[in-house]
Design a protein around this ligand. Structure first.
Ligand code: PNS
Length: 161
């Protein structure tokens, strides 16, 4: 059985993430979307909220499970018996950091491969930070997020001001 991990912060999940999760689910038998619990960051959404949002937007994909993890990604991958970490690459600017992470992971867990999937051109400008910035100033999020999440983020950011 081929099992993949799609890791990230997902604060919040964007159309770009969903595209990568969907394409990974086509390639593997089982996919774990792994949300990093990072105590040094101040996320907009709690881990529980991010899990719920991800479950909601992937509910039509049968072979996707949503979980959170702390510590090393490769330890989570090993616990799930996953042989591959899948990351979306948006632009050259992503490359250096992503390769650094991939080589680090390869060094500490040689049996686990990293696979880069080029992000859909429609979403190559997109990031969770950009989405939060646009939401903060009331911009149009309709090309960036599923409709259900637009309302959630607007309520959240509106509630923060
Ligand atoms: O969405 P992000 O913030 O770019 O995701 C980064 C993530 C979660 C993939 C990365 O920070 C990670 O794997 N963190 C876990 C700690 C780890 O395994 N570090 C070693 C590799 S650098």
């Amino acid at each position: 059985m081929k099992i993949a991990i799609v890791p990230g912060s997902f604060d919040p999940v964007t159309n770009g993430h969903i595209d990568i999760i969907r394409r990974t689910a086509e390639l593997f038998d089982e996919v774990y979307v792994a949300i990093l619990i990072n105590s040094s960051k101040k996320p907009l959404f709690t881990v529980e909220e991010r899990i719920e949002l991800l479950k909601h937007v992937t509910k039509d994909i049968d072979n996707v499970k949503i979980e959170s993890f702390s510590g090393l990604l490769v330890d989570f991958a090993r616990a799930k018996k996953a042989n591959c970490i899948v990351k979306g690459l948006r632009a050259v600017s992503d490359y250096e950091y992503e390769v650094q992470m991939a080589l680090t992971n390869k060094q500490i867990a040689p049996e686990i491969e990293t696979l880069f999937i080029p992000t859909n051109g429609l979403y190559s400008y997109l990031s969770s930070s950009i989405v939060k910035e646009v939401a903060k100033y009331g911009g149009d999020l309709s090309q960036m997020l599923p409709n259900e999440i637009i309302e959630v983020i607007q309520n959240k950011i509106g509630g923060k001001q």
